[in-house]
Design a protein around this ligand. Structure first.
Ligand code: SF4
Ligand code: ZN
Length: 255
């Protein structure tokens, strides 16, 4: 069995544990290797999929949108595009500058909020995402260091389906490259996630296994599941009375 066959077998095993074939699925795509790979595979295996892309409005992002459009057109997958600028009156860069928080925090919170909102409008309860094992382990460690229990709970959100959660990033990248998917592999110029990079470097230097971090987290966090409530403003999932996105949007409006 070659690498691609082995990779697909592994992803299929994870997918079968999480998704029944009779359900229509909405896949959140960013135009990156992870989400394009899972969208491609679900479609290949006969799942009924539609895609949702959040257009962040960054200048460099146009290429991602065009790539996703072309990819979905070639495979005959319906693609919904929600624009941050249309929904909130400002592009993501302006929102980041106004919010005065870390770029990736603002971007991540608004993206999640918009995905939830669009999914609800389109009639989907859950959304498939392309998060991989390395993202998962890094986020767990970051949340532990910051004592961020709410963010830890979000990692196991019942509103997300993550078939690549146990698949290492380098395997996904190898697969996407071998498949020749048209993807921009360059890093986002607005990424300021120095802390994530620090955690990643620490994991590499001390050879910390991402899978071990994830296993330990899952063993100890099972009892935390299901503690989501509805945000009193937007009705989206929230760990408190008002979700992070509504708090952030209010803050930006006041500026
Ligand atoms: Fe947004 Fe940060 Fe991702 Fe760039 S790296 S798209 S700013 S979350
Ligand atoms: Zn809200």
């Amino acid at each position: 069995m070659d690498f691609k066959e082995e990779f697909e077998k592994k992803v299929m095993k994870e997918t079968k544990k999480l998704i029944k074939k009779d359900k229509k699925l909405l896949v959140a795509v960013s135009g990156g290797k992870d989400s394009i790979t899972i969208l491609y595979l679900l479609h290949k295996w006969g799942y009924d999929v539609e895609a949702l892309m959040i257009d962040l409005g960054f200048r460099f992002f146009k290429e991602h949108v065009d790539n996703a459009r072309e990819f979905c057109r070639e495979l005959g997958i319906k693609l919904h595009i929600a624009s941050v600028k249309k929904e909130l009156g400002r592009g993501m860069r302006e929102l980041q500058l106004r919010a005065g928080k870390s770029n990736c925090f603002t971007c991540g919170v608004i993206k999640r909020w918009l995905i939830n909102r669009k999914a609800k409008e389109l009639g989907f309860e859950k959304v498939v995402t392309g998060h991989n094992l390395d993202d998962y382990a890094e986020s767990i460690l970051m949340n532990i260091f910051m004592n961020n229990r709410n963010a830890s709970r979000n990692l196991r959100s019942p509103f997300r389906i993550k078939p690549l959660n146990y698949i290492p990033e380098k395997e996904i990248e190898k697969y996407a490259r071998e498949m020749g998917f048209k993807i921009n592999y360059e890093a986002c110029p607005y990424s300021d996630n120095a802390f994530r990079r620090l955690v990643l470097n620490m994991m590499r230097e001390y050879e910390i296994s991402a899978m071990n971090v994830v296993k330990m987290f899952e063993k100890t966090s099972m009892k935390e599941e299901g503690k989501f409530r509805k945000c009193s403003i937007c009705g989206g999932p929230s760990s408190g009375e008002i979700c992070n996105a509504c708090r952030l949007i209010n803050l930006i409006k006041k500026k």
